[in-house]
Design a protein around this ligand. Structure first.
Ligand code: GCO
Length: 469
């Protein structure tokens, strides 16, 4: 038995059929931003705006997945992934965001999903991972209600084209980020700092989710939320209120809407704004039954109502406004845990907490951890990346998944973020999350130790594989 296998005989056994996957997104990996009729997205515009992205990086090439997808699917097969979560670039499929379809764009996703199926890898398709077609932003973006209806039409088009290749669709990846980082803090595209429009945008992203669910008679369709465990620094009234506020904006505004068709009243009260943009029937649409919930989890927030901490868990190296509309006074403090190179606290207990909460407090539907991973300062030496910290992170969080399952959570899968190092939004290429190291100049891919470790866990969980447990 190799040392690697010794290290990985961790007894991490999962139920038969548990999906072991990895996740990416179109803008972060594809490149080819002007190939075969692709239109411009808000991220193409944002990256070309000086000062918005570290080192002025952009994703014009990214990791050239558009051209290298066969090589990348072969890597997925080498790892033994049973599923792969990717997103469709809306401007590649529909350059104006409405009207004319670019069939060359759709054809790429047919080729990609065919290649995945050929390798026995289940495609999990995300319809929106933040790359809004620029023409829709020019007409107001997500604060404009029409964008939600355009999204539903786009969803129907993609579903009709790919429903024979894809069994699991998800609508909007992390509406919190798209709304609050895009339109409140301005750390993400389109880089606007308009708090009330951020709330309008959040509502229209939720509406887009519901309209898309209605527009697709998908075999399986889910929503995708990024959840955090939230802890008050002390049990003072100010800190308890701060935790309620951040939990409300980050978690309950989206969970309650998608899972119960209601917004939490305390959150609406905190906003102190005209909510006339929430129309009769919207919440019934948003709360349309879904088949599963995708949960992205990274860390825990520790918050204080007293001034003095940092304004948020920064999503960008650039200065920004607060994403916490109506609760800008809340401070984010260090909970004393080890952190990743993003400065995010490592807390696998928070994953158990959020999964058990969803299973306990919301209608019972299958859950998957659709993103979980960490950036560390990886070093490629002698053709290897000994990323022991990332192995430890994945082991701890897979143990947390096991703990949640043993507690009765209907958890059906885990997707490591990310398959490969890629464009990390406003951090550009400065942060590496991949299981696979990418040399961004040569595009050479090298499996990190964490990829080898993960593939061994997957192997140990294959039916009839000998294990020590
Ligand atoms: C997110 C996004 C990913 C990020 C990853 C690391 O969850 O923010 O879905 O695109 O790259 O989470 O920040």
């Amino acid at each position: 038995m190799t040392t690697q296998e010794e290290q990985t005989r961790t007894g991490l056994r999962f139920p038969a059929g548990f999906a072991f996957g990895s996740a990416t997104s179109a803008y972060q990996i594809e490149g080819a931003v002007a190939d075969d009729g692709r239109g411009t997205s808000i991220w193409d515009t944002f990256t070309k705006t000086p000062g918005r992205v570290l080192n002025g990086d952009n994703a014009d090439v990214a990791i050239d997945h558009y051209h290298r997808y066969r090589e990348d699917v072969a890597v997925m097969a080498e790892l033994g992934l049973s599923a792969y979560r990717f997103s469709v670039s809306w401007p590649r499929v529909q350059p104006d965001g409405s009207g004319k379809i670019n069939h060359k764009g759709l054809d790429f996703y047919k080729r990609l999903t065919d290649e995945l199926l050929r390798h026995g890898i289940d495609p999990w398709l995300t319809l929106y991972h933040w790359d809004l077609p620029q023409p829709l932003e020019d007409r107001g973006g997500w604060p404009n209600r029409d964008t939600a209806y355009c999204f539903a039409d786009y969803a129907a088009t993609v579903h009709e084209a790919l429903k024979d290749h894809v069994h699991t669709f998800s609508t909007v990846n992390e509406p919190w980020c798209a709304a609050f980082l895009g339109y409140a803090s301005g750390e993400h595209a389109p880089g606007r700092r308009e708090p009330e429009n951020a709330i309008r945008g959040a509502h229209h992203l939720n509406l887009a989710h519901g309209l898309a669910v209605q527009a697709m008679d998908a075999r399986r369709v889910g929503g995708c939320v990024n959840l955090y465990a939230v802890t008050p620094e002390t049990d003072s009234e100010a800190d308890l209120d701060a935790a309620r506020r951040i939990d409300g904006l980050q978690n309950r505004f989206f969970l309650d809407a998608l899972m119960t068709g209601r917004y939490p009243q305390d959150v609406l009260d905190d906003l102190r704004m005209d909510l006339g943009f929430i129309k009769d029937g919207d919440l019934a649409t948003i709360g349309a039954p879904i088949d599963l919930l995708l949960v992205n989890y990274y860390s825990r927030f520790t918050v204080s109502g007293a001034p003095g901490g940092r304004a948020s868990a920064a999503a960008a190296p650039t200065e920004s406004a607060s994403p916490w509309v109506g609760s800008e006074h809340v401070s984010f403090v260090n909970g004393g845990r080890p952190v990743t190179s993003m400065g995010w606290e490592i807390d696998q207990g928070g994953l158990v907490e959020v999964l058990e909460r969803v299973a306990r407090d919301y209608p019972p539907i299958p859950l998957v951890v659709s993103e979980n991973g960490a950036a560390f300062e990886d070093v490629l030496e002698h053709g290897r990346v000994h990323d022991a910290e990332r192995v430890a992170y994945f082991e701890a969080h897979l143990r947390a998944c096991r703990e949640a399952i043993e507690a009765g959570v209907p958890l059906e899968g885990y997707f490591a973020w990310s398959l490969m190092d890629n464009f990390e939004w406003a951090w550009g290429y400065g942060k590496r999350f991949g299981l696979v190291h990418v040399d961004f100049e040569s595009q050479r891919r090298v499996l990190k130790d964490s990829a080898i470790w993960y593939s061994e866990i997957i192997r140990q969980n294959r039916p009839h594989e000998p294990t020590d447990s």
